[in-house]
Design a protein around this ligand. Sequence first.
Ligand code: FPP
Length: 247
Amino acid sequence: MSLSDLLEEVRARPLPRHVALIMDGNGRWAKARGLPRTEGHRQGALAAERLIRFVGNEKLFPYLTLFAFSTENWNRPREEVEFLFRLLERFIREKLRELSEAGVRLSVLGDMATIPRSLKRSLSEAIEATKGNDTLHLTVALNFGGRWAVLEAARRAVARAQAGELSPEALTEGAFRALLPTAELPDPDLIIRTGGHMRLSNFFLWEAAYAELYFTPTLWPDFDEEALLLALREFQGRTRNFGRVIT
Ligand code: FPP
């Protein structure tokens, strides 16, 4: 089936609102070609760019979140960590104008305390420059962890309680949700993980309660437009009953 036929088929049925991606397999992609891991990340960034452009141009869904760096990724060799930060900074600086013209709005999600200053600066500038766009809300999860996010909300709740602004009864599920760092985002409808592992690896936890999970052995640098459309088609074939009985 051609890409345009697949696109037409996917467009004919309800699409998710928020798709989140765990981009795994850059290292293995590079290793299979006898290249350094950093080359895998470079190709990974190109794959991310291709996908952002596709989703934005085709207006497939309004929220896309990319898991770019987890709280556990600090355990990688220092040179690899520094390379990833540089890659991201270059991506933000070089591609921003084009993505902004395509209506992309950038947000970042994660603990910014330990992110290098120059990357933080380019992120803030990009966030400011794109805040009026509304075709595609692109969130880059950076130094993000699902447990960190839940803990952040718990800390905020304790602080409010100590200030006398929150009682235990008032801390409902909805009130807690509003304290999460992801409060601005709708829950993901679909979480895609490339690279063959079937786990969430401390990505969205609270938010993933009713997400459809899609795992593919495709390594991230090979995840293209067709691969995304196949994931969307699989999503459309699933029954989402959110715990209810559907008759
Ligand atoms: C996992 O592959 C990938 C990462 C830790 C980094 C993801 C970052 C990018 C794709 C580039 C920057 C992103 C943007 C938004 C431009 P891995 O190294 O764990 O692969 P492996 O499991 O094969 O070793």
